[in-house]
Design a protein around this ligand. Structure first.
Ligand SMILES: O=C(O)CCC(=O)C(=O)O
Length: 401
């Protein structure tokens, strides 16, 4: 007996039954929104983009797919995705289920789970706590470009959990949330071209894709009401902040956060009865901690200290700048051997880890693409970073910055 049930409710539009279902369960599946031919065209556009990005990073597509599985802000650079975003069938659904006259895109992304490449669990989480806005009356639309079976890495939700309120953002790498056995876990298999709508407070995850020969590309758009107010303090780490040109408390700028529907321009709070969270438990400057929100900056800080630049007051570089530098790599290896942080037999493992970290940081810098599972970052912290931090704490009494 599986420890989940399988969703069997399909709706053919955002009709009143579908709205009622969404209000009760926090998710809904609207089928056949896009024709099969359209999803094939979408997949082809997406594949071309992946190949182009791999080429720009001088990687074979196989090597690229081993390390990269998430791409964001596609509408900004890829005409096909811009057309898709502007398709009324997509933003109209967001508008209908949010019951808002006007909605705004927070960002878009594709997550791909190929059976034979990067394919792991995206842990349980709510989406809203990751977003720098103040309105949990928000949602995401998840559009698979291939059929996704119940074993194919489909979305899995806790039924009705959007009514549980707002929890702090889940740190996927250091503190993944586990619920254990529950009777209300539902998997949502979906056909290519359907849309799964998820309330931004619904607890959800995806499992590894167990279907041989499938890739599970899903186009995900995240939507907030246009009157949502910008709250950078809730998610200072979030990459969308780089596109914001308004002040805290104002509505998001429509040039980078496309808006659909009539809007009077007035910021407003519809959820004043829902207490919000306080952001990640460690602050961005808290360099002795490690979490997924600030992992890149923290690793750059570790390297800054390991190679001695920190002590000499030399400004910190970004992670990619360190990792392309052979001298820096060698210095990290030698110093980590010297201090007994890493065993000398592990040189090859370290080189491989540097390569993986470099691909991840370059993919993000060049194309806003990443490995959603952050495994290289976690490995760095567990086997190198945390040991150096322990050493500094011993020698400093406390870490100086
Ligand atoms: O598509 C996936 O694998 C994960 C999607 C997800 O968790 C999300 O959109 O928040």
């Amino acid at each position: 007996m599986p420890d989940y049930s399988v969703n069997a409710m399909l709706f053919d539009s955002a009709n009143s039954n579908a709205l009622q279902f969404f209000g009760k369960h926090g998710y809904v599946l609207v089928s056949n929104v896009f024709a099969l031919e359209e999803t094939r065209t979408a997949n082809t556009a997406f594949d071309k983009m992946r190949h182009r990005f791999a080429g720009e990073m001088s990687l074979s597509i196989e090597k690229y797919d081993e390390r990269i599985c998430q791409w964001r802000d596609l509408w900004m650079t890829e005409p096909y995705f811009n057309d898709l975003l502007n398709d009324e069938r997509l933003h109209g659904v967001a508008q209908a289920f949010m019951q808002e006259e006007s909605v705004q895109l927070l960002h878009d992304h594709v997550i791909r789970k190929p059976y034979d490449a990067l394919n792991d669990t995206v842990p349980w989480h709510q989406d809203f706590p990751f977003w720098p806005v103040d309105t949990p009356n928000s949602l995401s639309c998840w559009v698979p470009f291939e059929d996704v079976s119940e074993h194919g890495g489909c979305l899995e939700v806790i039924d009705g959990s959007h009514l549980w309120g707002v929890s702090p953002p889940v740190d996927f790498i250091m503190d993944a949330k586990e619920f254990g056995y529950r009777e209300d876990i539902i998997r949502i298999p979906a056909q290519a071209g359907s849309i799964v709508i998820l309330h931004s407070l619904t607890w959800h995850r995806t499992n590894p894709n167990g279907d041989v020969g499938t890739y599970r590309p899903a186009y995900i758009t995240l939507w907030v009401p246009s009157h949502a107010r910008y709250r950078p303090d809730l998610a200072e780490w979030h990459p969308v902040n780089e596109h914001v040109t308004v002040e805290p408390g104002q509505c998001l700028n429509a040039d980078k956060f496309p808006r659909f529907g009539e809007f009077n321009g007035i910021p407003r709070d519809t959820d004043s009865n829902t207490p919000l969270h306080e952001g990640p438990s460690s602050a961005p400057g808290d360099m002795d901690k490690f979490d997924m929100f600030n992992a890149t900056a923290r690793i750059a800080y570790h390297i800054h200290r390991i190679i001695g630049d920190w002590e000499m007051g030399i400004p910190r570089k970004n992670l990619g700048e360190y990792l392309v530098d052979e001298k820096v790599r060698e210095w990290i290896v030698c110093r980590s051997f010297e201090q007994g942080i890493v065993n000398k037999e592990k040189r090859e493992w370290m080189e491989n880890l540097f390569d993986r970290l470099l691909v991840n940081s370059s993919a993000f810098q060049m194309h806003r693409a990443r490995n959603v599972y952050n495994d290289a970052y976690t490995e760095w912290w567990l086997h190198i970073g945390s040991k150096w931090v322990g050493l500094w704490e011993e020698t400093d009494g406390k870490s100086r910055r």
